[in-house]
Write a new protein. Structure first.
Length: 314
C-alpha cells in the first residue's frame, strides 16, 4: 500500500485559487513570498485578483503553477505526509516533482521555470502556434493523422493524457487542418485549445536547447525518490540520464497515461494525490484506471480527505 504524488501543469489555474488553503496553512503564503523575492513580482495577488487573461499568459502561468504545486507539497509534508513511493508532474509539473524529490532547490527551479516560460513564449510569432485536443481517437490514429498533414507546417501528437484523449501541437493552420480531418474520420470531439504556444512540439527545439544551457549550470542532485519523467514514463537510472531527459522536456511528448500506469505497476501506488489547483489529473486518472484512487489537494477540505485516505493505508 503506497502513495504517489503528482503535480499538474498549465491549465489548472484560476482566479482565487488556493485562497482557503492559504488562510489555514501559512506555508502557502510563505512559498509565494519566496517566489516574489526570486521573480520580483507578486504572483499571489495576481492569482487572487486576476484578470483571468493575465493568468493565461504562459509567462505568468508557468511560475504560478510551479509555485502553487510546491506550496501544496509543503503543506502536505508539514501535515505529516511521508515521502511518497514516487512523484511525477504533467508537463510543467515535472519541475515541481524535481523539487519535491529534493533534486533541486525551489529558488533555482523557479528561476529556471521563469526562463522556460519566456523562451517558450518567444519560440514562435504570436498567433502562429497553438494546441488542439482530439477526443475519442486511438493514440496511433492521431499520430498517423498528424503525420499525414505535417510537413513544412507542423502538426504533432504531443500529450497522451488518457485513453482516447490526445493533445496535438504545432502551427495554427496545420492544427486546424488536423482538427477538420479528425472530425471527418469520426473523432468524437476535436477542438482548438486556448493556448498560444505549441507546447512539447518540435517547434520548441530552439527554446529547449537554450534552456539546456541553464540546466547545466544548476546544482541538481540525485532525487530522494523516483521522478517519473514525461518523455519516457519511467524514472531515470541516474542523474545524468534524468538531466538529459529534462533538457529535451520542452520539445518531447508527455506520456501521461503510461506515467500513471508506471506509478501503479512499478511503484505499487494504491493512492495518488494531485497537489495543485483544480483536479485535472484526478479526472485523467479516472479515465486511465477507475480502480486507482486519485484525490486532489487544493483546499482544507480536500487536504483533510487526502490525509485521512493516507492514514487508512497504514
Amino acid at each position: 500500500m503506497t502513495v504517489a504524488v503528482v503535480f499538474p501543469g498549465q491549465g489548472s489555474q484560476s482566479v482565487g485559487m488556493l485562497a482557503e488553503l492559504a488562510q489555514a496553512h501559512v506555508e502557502v503564503k510563505q512559498t509565494f513570498e519566496e517566489a516574489a523575492d526570486v521573480l520580483g513580482k507578486d504572483l499571489w495577488q495576481l492569482a487572487q485578483d486576476g484578470p483571468v487573461e493575465a493568468l493565461a499568459d504562459t509567462r505568468v502561468t508557468q511560475p504560478l503553477m510551479f509555485t502553487s504545486g510546491v506550496a501544496i507539497w509543503r503543506v502536505l509534508r508539514e501535515q505529516g505526509l511521508p515521502m511518497p513511493a514516487a512523484v511525477a508532474g504533467h508537463s510543467l509539473g515535472e519541475f515541481v516533482a524535481m523539487v519535491a524529490a529534493n533534486a533541486l532547490s525551489f529558488t533555482e527551479a523557479l528561476a529556471l521555470v521563469q526562463q522556460r516560460a519566456t523562451l517558450m513564449a518567444a519560440a514562435v510569432p504570436e498567433g502562429a502556434g497553438g494546441m488542439a485536443a482530439l477526443l475519442g481517437m486511438q493514440d496511433q490514429a492521431v499520430i498517423d493523422l498528424c503525420a499525414s498533414i505535417s510537413g513544412e507546417r507542423i502538426s504533432e501528437a504531443v500529450n497522451f493524457n488518457a485513453p482516447g484523449q490526445v493533445a496535438i501541437s504545432g502551427h495554427l493552420d496545420a492544427l486546424e487542418k488536423t482538427v477538420a480531418a479528425a472530425k471527418e474520420q469520426g473523432c468524437r470531439k476535436a477542438m482548438m485549445l486556448a493556448v498560444s504556444v505549441p507546447n512539447h512540439s518540435s517547434l520548441m527545439r530552439e527554446a529547449g536547447d537554450e534552456l539546456a544551457k541553464s540546466i547545466d549550470q544548476l546544482s541538481f542532485v540525485a532525487p530522494e525518490v523516483p521522478v517519473i519523467q514525461n518523455a519516457t514514463a519511467r524514472a531515470a537510472d541516474d542523474l545524468p540520464m534524468m538531466l538529459e531527459r529534462l533538457k529535451a522536456h520542452v520539445y518531447s511528448p508527455v506520456y501521461w497515461t503510461d506515467t500513471v500506469c508506471t506509478l501503479r505497476d512499478q511503484y505499487s501506488a494504491t493512492l495518488i494525490l494531485e497537489a495543485g489547483p483544480n483536479k485535472v489529473l484526478t479526472g485523467l486518472s479516472k479515465r486511465i484506471d477507475r480502480a486507482l484512487p486519485t484525490l486532489p489537494v487544493n483546499s482544507p477540505a480536500t487536504l483533510e480527505a487526502a490525509l485521512a485516505a493516507v492514514a487508512e493505508l497504514g
